[in-house]
Write a protein that binds this ligand. Structure first.
Ligand SMILES: Cc1ncc(COP(=O)(O)O)c(C=O)c1O
Ligand SMILES: [Zn+2]
Length: 364
């Protein structure tokens, strides 16, 4: 198992404390894993680590890190739409998938201290799993982050460092600290181990439904879920576990939609946008660090990027709640985007949406 630079192809051991390659390129994880085989699922393990045969993960440190994350139900929303309840997690969002896998790796290689930047959910998840195995943790949060999210980070014993300005600026400040002080960067976007966790979203769907729904709506900000989903689907296809790639639809918020704008304009590189304030704060990323990788996936699989109208987010959140589902505003954007997709393409049955995060997190 090793890291390989996505820009220059240089290799590095996975024990490296460097956040990225010397050339500035981000690492991907390269390893010889098992092909998909239901008999290799550890059915005695009631967490996402039951899929560890298909994850890049070494050693047993995960046992002291896991809190039973994953294994979230898929339930009916209406005749056409099912939802996967990914806010049924220890820190109430899907980020636990990635954080559990990443912190398991950190514990395995002996990391004692880390920093991370996040608008909230990823920072919360990393703080919780670090608390679990005694890793000191500092989370940089951009101005405007929900007080509920900051309270959770601090409750886990991590230090929340508020940074004025945009979320992109907050990441720059944190990365400067990583470069200057050499502290471990437990970042959900940079660190390839995070995606080993988010891949399990798809493995679970296959195990619980016995198939992959025809239309998967996946929210896309930095792409931690999106990349995990596409990677996992490619892996299942290569293993012969599915016979075609389903219709993946990427969801962005209308007020911050760099991928939608890029595809619309036909530009090869991610176009620069000026984000406007939005209720979908979790996916409001103007300059995602893995933009080139994500654009390559979008083009390879002909993935449509659909935007959630800003004014449709609150009504969508209310509709979810009236079906018993109290979701974060960002999560409601997925339903708003699904509606817009149907306006364009007609009725779309057999659709699955992720209920990424719980409603109490964005109440403020
Ligand atoms: C509620 C919610 N949904 C979706 C996402 C999207 O994840 P990503 O930015 O990795 O694409 C996030 C990220 O923070 C989130 O908090
Ligand atoms: Zn490189």
């Amino acid at each position: 198992m090793q890291f390989i630079c996505t820009r220059c192809g240089a290799r590095a051991p996975v024990t490296t404390l460097r956040p990225a390659c010397e050339c500035g390129g981000l690492y991907a994880l390269q390893y010889e894993g098992a092909r998909w085989d239901p008999d290799k699922i550890d059915r005695n393990e009631w967490s996402l680590f039951r899929y560890r045969a298909f994850m890049g993960l070494e050693g047993d440190a995960w046992k002291s890190v896991t809190m039973g994350e994953g294994l979230t139900p898929v339930i009916r929303f209406d005749d056409n739409v099912s939802v996967k309840m990914d806010y049924f997690m220890p820190t109430l969002s899907f980020k636990d998938r990635g954080a559990a896998a990443l912190v398991a790796h950190m514990a395995q290689i002996g990391v004692r201290k880390c920093v991370q930047d996040s608008s909230g959910n990823a920072g919360i998840a990393v703080a919780a799993y670090c608390a679990r195995c005694g890793i000191e943790c500092e989370i940089y949060v951009p101005e405007g982050t929900s007080p509920n999210k900051i309270a959770m980070i601090e409750a886990y014993g991590a230090r929340a460092v508020g940074v004025p300005g945009s979320r992109d600026h907050c990441a720059d400040v944190c990365r400067k600290k990583v470069a200057q002080e050499g502290v471990y960067y437990a970042n959900h976007v940079f660190n390839p181990f995070f995606y080993e966790g988010t891949k399990t979203y798809v493995f679970e769907i296959l195990e619980q439904l016995g198939r992959i729904p025809e239309n998967l709506f996946v929210e896309l900000g930095n792409g931690t879920l999106f990349i995990g989903v596409v990677d996992a689907l490619e892996f299942l296809l290569a293993s012969g576990a599915i016979d075609h790639f389903p219709n993946v639809v990427a969801v962005q918020g209308e007020h911050c939609a760099p991928f939608a704008k890029t595809i619309e304009s036909g530009s090869e590189k991610l176009v620069h946008i000026t984000p406007e304030p939005t209720m979908a704060e979790g996916i409001a990323i103007g300059e995602p660090a893995r933009a080139d990788e994500i654009l390559a996936m979008i083009r390879k699989h002909g993935i449509e990027v659909v935007t959630a109208p800003e004014e449709a987010i609150l009504p969508a959140r209310a509709r979810l709640a009236r079906r018993g589902i109290y979701a974060e505003h960002t999560t409601a954007a997925a339903l708003a985007a699904y509606d817009r997709y149907c306006e364009k393409h007609g009725s779309t049955p057999d659709a699955l949406l992720s209920m990424c995060s719980a409603g109490i997190k964005s109440d403020h």
